[in-house]
Each structure stands twice: as structure tokens, then as C-alpha cells.
Write a protein that binds this ligand. Structure first.
Ligand code: HEC
Ligand code: HEC
Ligand code: HEC
Length: 126
């Protein structure tokens, strides 16, 4: 009933195809994002874990608050660092390379924020 001569080679081929990506990469998960830390600043505007998880929402909140509700343009972080609640004049003043910081993660996560259609990214010094 079972056709061993076809099933066994068929299985071998299937297993080879299934493990090929693993063998090919030698078990390496690929490039892990490594965003470059600012040199001139020691603290972010919020605790780092919060920033990792919800910087997108923070940016949108700043925009709404500053632009629509006439909120404060400046604020102070927990350790006393004064910063502008602004993408260009805030985030990018400390994180001065979009390529080495924002893009590191965004390329990995395959997100492309449209903010840069209007906001100007810092000049990269290669
Ligand atoms: C006053 C300077 C400063 C400003 C302004 C600032 N950051 Fe940061 N940010 C830092 C520093 C310094 C760190 C690293 C802190 C640490 O490792 O303890 C950091 C860490 C982060 C991290 C975590 C990175 C990682 O390695 O996982 C993210 C994400 C981030 N910032 C995004 C932003 C965004 C988005 C803005 C604007 C909404 C912003 N930051 C504004 C200084 C700043
Ligand atoms: C530690 C990794 C990391 C760093 C550094 C980082 N981001 Fe992100 N960012 C993400 C991830 C992951 C997402 C997607 C989150 C989601 O979809 O829930 C995201 C999403 C966003 C979004 C929303 C985009 C969308 O289409 O929904 C904005 C805006 C954004 N990031 C701005 C920034 C800016 C500006 C910087 C640099 C100052 C930055 N991020 C740095 C990981 C990072
Ligand atoms: C269609 C053009 C456009 C796009 C796209 C855009 N912005 Fe803006 N944004 C503006 C303008 C114009 C202002 C007003 C500048 C001012 O008055 O300071 C502004 C202001 C802001 C502000 C507050 C003040 C400041 O100086 O930064 C934040 C924060 C902000 N935008 C974040 C974002 C983020 C995050 C994205 C992407 C998710 C984004 N913007 C996409 C045009 C744009």
C-alpha cells in the first residue's frame, strides 16, 4: 500500500527544505538592532523602558498638546534635563543621527514613520 520508495525520499527532501534557512544562516537570527546612545546626554525624557515601548505615542501626545492645545513647548526630565517637546528640536537634538538611532530599530521592525515627509532629519556626519 505505502510506496516506500517515494515516501522516504520525499520526506528527506521535505526536511532538507524545512531546515535550509537554519543551516544557511548557521542558526544566526540576523542583524540585531543596536541603536547608538547619545554621547552628550545621559538621560532620556522618560525611563528607557517606557521609551522603547511607547515613544510613538509620546510623540503624538506632544504634537497634539503643543500644536492643538497650546501646551508647553519645554519640559524637564526626572534628572533635571531640560528638553523641547519636539521631534526635530527635542528627540533629534540628543539622538542626532536618524540613521544610527531611529533607523536601526525601524528597519529591523519594518516601520517607516512618515514624519520625515515634513520634519527635517539631522544632517548625517558619516
Ligand atoms: C535630553 C536628551 C534626550 C532627548 C531630548 C531624547 N532622548 Fe531618547 N535617550 C537619551 C539617552 C541619553 C538615552 C539612553 C539612556 C540610557 O541608556 O539610560 C535615550 C534612550 C532612548 C531610547 C531607548 C534606546 C534603546 O537603546 O533601547 C529610545 C527609543 C529613545 N531614547 C527615543 C527618543 C525619542 C523618540 C525622543 C523624543 C520623543 C527622545 N528619545 C528624546 C536622550 C534623549
Ligand atoms: C529601540 C528601538 C527603537 C528606536 C531606537 C526608535 N524606534 Fe520608533 N519604533 C520602534 C518600533 C518597534 C516601532 C513600531 C511599533 C509598533 O508598531 O507598535 C516604532 C514606531 C515609531 C513610530 C510610529 C510609526 C508608525 O508608522 O506607526 C514613530 C513616529 C517612531 N517610531 C519614531 C521614532 C523616532 C523619531 C526615533 C528616533 C529618535 C525612534 N522612533 C527610535 C522602535 C524604535
Ligand atoms: C504634513 C507635514 C507633517 C507631517 C507628515 C508630520 N508633521 Fe509634525 N508638524 C508639522 C508642522 C507644520 C508642525 C508645527 C511646527 C511648529 O509650530 O512648531 C508640526 C509639529 C510637530 C510637533 C510639535 C512641535 C515641534 O516643533 O516638533 C511634534 C512633536 C510633531 N510634529 C511630531 C510629528 C510626528 C511624530 C510625525 C510622524 C508620525 C509628524 N509630526 C508628521 C508637520 C508635519
Amino acid at each position: 500500500m505505502y510506496d516506500k520508495e517515494k515516501i522516504i525520499p520525499g520526506l528527506i527532501v521535505f526536511v532538507l527544505i524545512a531546515v535550509f534557512p537554519i543551516l544557511y544562516n548557521r542558526g544566526n537570527a540576523g542583524h540585531i538592532p543596536n541603536p547608538e546612545k547619545p554621547k552628550a546626554a545621559r538621560e532620556c525624557v522618560r525611563p528607557v523602558q517606557d521609551m522603547r515601548e511607547s515613544h510613538m505615542q509620546l510623540l503624538i501626545d506632544w504634537r497634539t498638546d503643543v500644536i492643538r492645545d497650546n501646551g508647553a513647548r519645554y519640559a524637564t526630565a526626572a534628572g533635571g534635563t531640560r528638553y523641547a517637546r519636539s521631534l526635530q528640536l527635542g528627540c533629534m537634538k540628543c539622538h542626532d543621527s536618524k540613521r544610527k538611532f531611529c533607523d536601526e530599530c525601524h528597519n529591523y521592525a519594518a516601520v517607516k514613520p512618515y514624519c520625515w515627509d515634513c520634519h527635517i532629519e539631522p544632517k548625517e556626519n558619516m
